[in-house]
Structure formats: structure tokens, C-alpha cells
Design a protein around this ligand. Structure first.
Ligand code: R5P
Length: 311
């Protein structure tokens, strides 16, 4: 087994290798003078079980192209099996035609990956679980929630008492319900309407949050419009402390201003996407999902069950 990475999130790949107690594979992933992606594998990989860690976060198209070209290089270097480890799967929110004359970009990305010659995909908290079916190769879809739940149940987190888990929209109910079950607390739902790509309006809060601490659970914080609006509505309904837990810190502008100016007390995010220092806020706390990804990689390599990690 060998683990390689491109430029999307080297720190996460190093942490995964630490978990697996192996060295990160030796590869150059850079640019030619004209901007085209340049890849050179600096070690023999013939017959090896290869895992390429590369979230397709911003710069999305560069990171996606690096991944495709790395896969091509491993195919041509006679690797036995290639698994794309995509902790954050970009373009996932374009997963259906929700209006006329728009693409289904998530399906196109799946087609590109399969065409490049990848054998398997390992993804975390896909925006829509159905994206697994866009691939005609095995996809292991894993969850970050053991990491978040473990932290919220630990003595490092003060707020679990009298807690209600909140889904910021109807689409997130399944994820929020899993949290509520594991944290043994109630569930409320925000009825959100998206008016544009960066603006959402809250219509109703379904459930009782008065006098309770709330944990808004979401898969992605992009412009933070959803959680900001939800937090304001929850405060108006009498919520006490408001926390946010989200897997993928996309943090597109104006996310940081919105989070800073919201009634949210603390935002827990994972490291599927690197958060540069200019996007950091004292409200943000990053939890590492490298143990879950590392364990899934170990089990795939050893032909052991991955789903049993989440029972
Ligand atoms: C929506 O369906 C997603 O689960 C997230 O709530 C959404 O993508 C977050 O976007 P933003 O932070 O821009 O509101």
C-alpha cells in the first residue's frame, strides 16, 4: 500500500500517513511554465495498491485536474489498484437539474474520474449520497461523525447538556438525525428557502429550542448564509448557546464576516479542506478526520469491512 497526494491538502495526507505509520509517497505535482499540470512519480509503483488523497476543494478545477493526471500517471506506471481518496467532493451540489438548461456537473466529474482509470473512490460526507450511483466503480462513502461525536462527548466540550440538534434545511435531516441519535438529544429542523447561490431565507423553525443549547449540523459551510440565517431564527425562538458542526470548510466569501457577526458561539469544522490563516476565526475549531480516513484506507487495503466502522 502507498499513499500519495497532490497540492490540495498535503497536511491531511501527512496526518493519514501518520495514522497508518507509513511514509507519504514520493511524487512531484507542479506546473509547467504554461500552467499545465506536471506530474512525476519518483518511486516504483508497479503492482502496488495506491491511494491518492486529493479533496477537490478550491482551486477546484486545478485540484480536480491534478487528481485526474495523477491517476493517469499511476495507470501508466502499472499500479495494481488505484483509489481516489476525495475527502471533499467538489461540484457535488450540482447533482441534478433543479432548473432548465443547467448541467449535472457532479455526474460529469464522476465520468471524468472513471475515464481516467481509477478503480475505487473513497469519499466523506458527500453532499448527496446518491452521487455514489454516478460511478460504475465501487465507492466507499464514509462519515466524519465519529470524530465530531467523540469530541462533543468529551470533557473538552461544554454544552452538551440540554442540547437540541438542528438541521439547517430539510435536505440535512438524515445527517442531523444521526448526530441527535448518537448524542442522545432532540432534533429540530429549519425550513430554509434558497433565494440565490449565496442567500437563504428561513421560513420556520420546526421543533422546540426555547432555553436549549443548539447544535446546527451541516455538511458544508460555503458562504455561511444557511447557518447565519438559521442561527438568527433559532435565537429569536429562544435558543441559548448556538454551536455549528460542519464537515467541509469551503468558507467562500463572505463566510467569515457572516460567522463573526452571527449569534453562533463556536463552529466546529473538519480538516477535509485546509483553512488558511486569513480565513481563521477565533470562533472556528478544527477537528481532524485523518483517523477515520486512515482506518478506512487500512480496511480497504486489508479487504475488511468499512461500513462496520460506523455502527
Ligand atoms: C445545502 O444543501 C448544504 O447542505 C449547505 O447547507 C449549503 O451548501 C451551505 O451553503 P452556504 O454556506 O453558502 O449557505
Amino acid at each position: 500500500m502507498e499513499v500519495f497526494t497532490g497540492n490540495a491538502n498535503r497536511n491531511l495526507a501527512e496526518k493519514i500517513c501518520d495514522y497508518l505509520d507509513i511514509q507519504l509517497g514520493n511524487i512531484d505535482v507542479g506546473r509547467f511554465n504554461d500552467g499545465e499540470c506536471m506530474v512525476k512519480i519518483n518511486q516504483d509503483v508497479r503492482g502496488k495498491d495506491i491511494f491518492i488523497v486529493q479533496p477537490t476543494c478550491a482551486p477546484v478545477n486545478d485540484n480536480l485536474m491534478e487528481l485526474l493526471i495523477m491517476i493517469d500517471a499511476f495507470v501508466r506506471a502499472s499500479a495494481e489498484r488505484i483509489t481516489a481518496v476525495i475527502p471533499y467532493f467538489g461540484y457535488a451540489r450540482q447533482d441534478r437539474k433543479d432548473q432548465g438548461r443547467v448541467p449535472i456537473s457532479a455526474k460529469l466529474v464522476a465520468n471524468l474520474l472513471v475515464s481516467s482509470g481509477v478503480d475505487r473512490v473513497l469519499a466523506m460526507d458527500l453532499h448527496a449520497g446518491q452521487i455514489q450511483g454516478f460511478f460504475d466503480i465501487p465507492v466507499d462513502h464514509i462519515y466524519s461523525n465519529p470524530v465530531f461525536i467523540g469530541y462533543f462527548k468529551s470533557k473538552d466540550f461544554d454544552g452538551l447538556e440540554n442540547m437540541v440538534v438542528v438541521s439547517p434545511d430539510v435536505g440535512g435531516i438524515k445527517m442531523a438525525r444521526a448526530f441527535a441519535k448518537k448524542l442522545e438529544c432532540g432534533l429540530a429542523i429549519v425550513d430554509k428557502r434558497r433565494v440565490s447561490s449565496d442567500t437563504a431565507h428561513v421560513m420556520n423553525v420546526i421543533g422546540d429550542v426555547k432555553g436549549k443549547n443548539v447544535m446546527i449540523v451541516d455538511d458544508i459551510i460555503a458562504t455561511a448564509g444557511s447557518v447565519q440565517e438559521a442561527a438568527i431564527a433559532l435565537k429569536e425562538q429562544g435558543a441559548k448557546k448556538i454551536f455549528v458542526s460542519a464537515t467541509h470548510p469551503v468558507l467562500a466569501p463572505p463566510a467569515i464576516e457572516r460567522l463573526e457577526n452571527s449569534p453562533i458561539e463556536k463552529i466546529f469544522l473538519s480538516n477535509t479542506i485546509p483553512v488558511p490563516s486569513d480565513k481563521m476565526s477565533s470562533k472556528i475549531h478544527i477537528l481532524s478526520v485523518s483517523p477515520v480516513l486512515g482506518e478506512a484506507i487500512r480496511r480497504i487495503h486489508n479487504k475488511q469491512s468499512v461500513s462496520s466502522l460506523f455502527i
